[in-house]
Design a protein around this ligand. Structure first.
Ligand SMILES: NC(=O)c1ccc[n+]([C@@H]2O[C@H](COP(=O)([O-])OP(=O)(O)OC[C@H]3O[C@@H](n4cnc5c(N)ncnc54)[C@H](OP(=O)(O)O)[C@@H]3O)[C@@H](O)[C@H]2O)c1
Length: 233
């Protein structure tokens, strides 16, 4: 898909990978609609990104809010479900409200946002839903039972939606990154020394490349990890 003048919706575009995606797609001439909760931060980010970026303050886990945003955006060619939160720890140590939040945002948020925007995506001759999942949506990990449950849910949703829409104009893709250098972990109270994890700008450019491919090409279930060398740890 040629991205120039295309309307893209990015959930969680005010920080981390979503912000890098916004920059990368704006550089290709796309119109970028960003959804995130914190309005002050969103306003600052949109100002920084320039006139082709628009911000919508909403919580992806709140159906009414997301549905309202979907009414305000006239047309959508690309939906990137990227918003997410981290939860870590043994199941017995995970608080119920944090479990609810992780499932509500990481899983239900992707389902709600896709449901809200699908009618608009279906109106275009060529459109794309790209879900930013995680390698934790493919493999179980120590201390990640709830996070993995939310991300495995997104993997299942992505795979099934792809089959549902396979004969339509809407392409569905799953993208599975490993660790990236963002504030995802500190926000959940689990800071990591992640300065040398993958750069979000580089990861965003790979997603942009995936979006640029023709609708007839399948570049799906892309797993991206930092290459471990004998000099890295
Ligand atoms: N960082 C990693 O190592 C890593 C690895 C694999 C996969 N991932 C996945 O990649 C995605 C992006 O992660 P990131 O590291 O870039 O995170 P991040 O830097 O913490 O950014 C998260 C973004 O999502 C927004 N957000 C969070 N909850 C939201 C909600 N309920 N409704 C709307 N927006 C919401 C945040 O803004 P507000 O807080 O203002 O809403 C922010 O813009 C996530 O799905 C994450 O699970 C991350």
């Amino acid at each position: 898909m040629q991205l120039k003048n295309k309307s893209v919706v990015i959930t969680g575009g005010s920080d981390g990978l979503g912000f890098s995606l916004a920059k990368s797609l704006l550089a290709k001439g796309a119109i970028v609609n960003i959804i995130a909760r914190d309005k002050n931060k969103l306003d600052l980010v949109v100002k920084q990104l320039g006139s082709n970026a628009v911000g919508f303050s909403a919580d992806v886990s709140n159906w009414q809010e997301i549905e309202q945003v979907s009414r305000k955006i006239e047309s959508v060619d690309v939906l990137i479900n990227n918003a997410g939160v981290w939860i870590e720890g043994s199941l017995l140590d995970c608080e119920i409200d944090k479990i609810d939040q992780a499932i509500d945002i990481n899983l239900k948020g992707v389902i709600y946002t896709t449901k809200a925007f699908l009618p608009k995506l279906q109106k275009e001759t060529e459109s794309h839903v790209l879900n930013v999942v995680s390698t934790s949506g493919l493999k179980g990990r120590d201390g990640q039972s709830v996070y993995c449950a939310s991300k495995f849910g997104v993997s299942g949703f992505t795979e099934s939606l792809k089959v549902d829409l396979e004969k339509t104009n809407v392409k569905v893709t799953g993208f599975y990154p490993g660790g990236m250098h963002t504030h995802l972990f500190d926000k959940a109270g689990n800071p990591k020394s992640n300065q040398d994890w993958m750069s979000t700008d580089k990861v965003a450019d790979i997603i942009t490349f995936m979006l640029e491919q023709d609708i007839s090409m399948v570049m799906d279930q892309v797993v991206l990890n930092k290459r471990m060398t004998t000099t890295s740890n």
